[in-house]
Design a protein around this ligand. Structure first.
Ligand SMILES: Nc1ncnc2c1ncn2[C@@H]1O[C@H](COP(=O)(O)OP(=O)(O)OP(=O)(O)O)[C@@H](O)[C@H]1O
Ligand SMILES: [Mg+2]
Ligand SMILES: [Zn+2]
Length: 282
């Protein structure tokens, strides 16, 4: 049985359990039980956006096999704002690559936006990724020779010319991240925080359901980090997107709606750690 809120596998007798519509649910913690009680339909009746069950990822280095994910079970629900935390090497980026369809599990089940990734071709995975997922990385990953506007448009131009509507959308996104006056600047003419804003605008260009950010503030000073997190938080609140941030920063994690902690390639129960942030009402 899986915790319907965080997705952790529950073995044996559950300390936390509830009934809803005649079915019994078990939870890893009081926190997940309370979340469920506050909105049972969200968790019991809607498919989560992400559902990982017993995901194993092993890197095969010839002589040695490196087990990285060792039965990772996790759920992320539509519209949630999640921090994934855990020690270096605990498998956070590996998990994000699977959630983002950049990689597939060695074993186990991964259902992303209703699609079982183990049954999909490379092309189908790429379509899912391009259409539904926006990425933000620690190193911004902007193209140095392109302007801010062209970088935001890149996911469009890679698949053919950007039309007027796309350009308009890119301009609006740059305005919404506070860079309306920096559209023609190249990355080298922008500060680190500004570059990350461009990357965030780019992540939104295809109107994805899911934004995945791996250490988005890892290269920024603490004041700039705070602004980037405020921005992501505002974008989460005003869009209907699901936002997942991998971070080492407890301050950042505390500003999300729910913290998932990884250890040795699994999720560990995180009772009571969900933050005060509430679901947007829009
Ligand atoms: N392509 C690969 N081949 C072999 N081992 C890998 C590969 N990618 C990752 N690993 C190993 O998998 C483990 C988990 O890596 P991962 O990048 O997921 O950790 P992480 O939690 O994101 O760590 P950090 O906080 O340092 O970014 C590490 O021990 C790493 O060395
Ligand atoms: Mg990592
Ligand atoms: Zn739980």
């Amino acid at each position: 049985m899986y915790d319907p809120v965080c997705g952790i596998a529950i073995d044996g007798e559950a300390r936390f359990a509830s009934e809803h519509a005649g079915a019994r649910y078990a939870f890893c913690s009081r926190s997940c039980q309370d979340d469920f009680a506050s909105d049972p339909a969200r968790y019991a009746e809607m498919d989560p956006l992400i559902r990982l069950e017993q995901v194993v990822k092993t890197y095969d280095l010839g002589e040695v096999k490196v087990p990285v994910l060792r039965g990772l079970s996790m759920r992320i629900h539509h519209g949630d704002f999640i921090a994934i935390v855990g020690a270096s090497g605990s498998g956070k980026s590996t998990a994000m690559n699977i959630i983002g369809t950049l990689d597939v599990p060695t074993e186990g089940k991964a259902v992303i936006a209703g699609k079982d990734v183990m049954r999909m071709t490379e092309t189908d995975l790429a379509d899912l990724r391009n259409g539904k997922i926006g990425f933000v990385f620690q190193q911004f990953n902007l193209v140095p020779s392109l302007s801010a506007l062209e970088n935001v448009l890149l996911p469009k131009t890679l698949r053919g010319a950007a039309d007027a509507a796309a350009v308009k959308r890119a301009e609006k996104l740059l305005e919404s991240v506070g860079l309306g006056k920096r559209m023609t600047h190249r990355p080298s003419e922008l500060s680190g925080g500004e570059q990350q804003r461009v990357a965030i605008a780019r992540a939104f260009i295809n109107d994805p359901d899911l934004i995945l950010a791996d250490e988005p503030t890892g290269s920024l000073d603490s004041e700039t980090s705070g602004k980037i997190i405020d921005l992501l938080s505002d974008l989460w609140r005003t869009s209907s997107k699901t936002v997942v941030i991998i971070t080492h920063d407890p301050q950042i994690a505390a500003n999300t709606r729910r913290i998932l902690t990884m250890k040795d390639g699994r999720l560990v129960s995180n009772g009571g750690a969900a933050s005060k942030a509430i679901w947007p009402t829009a």
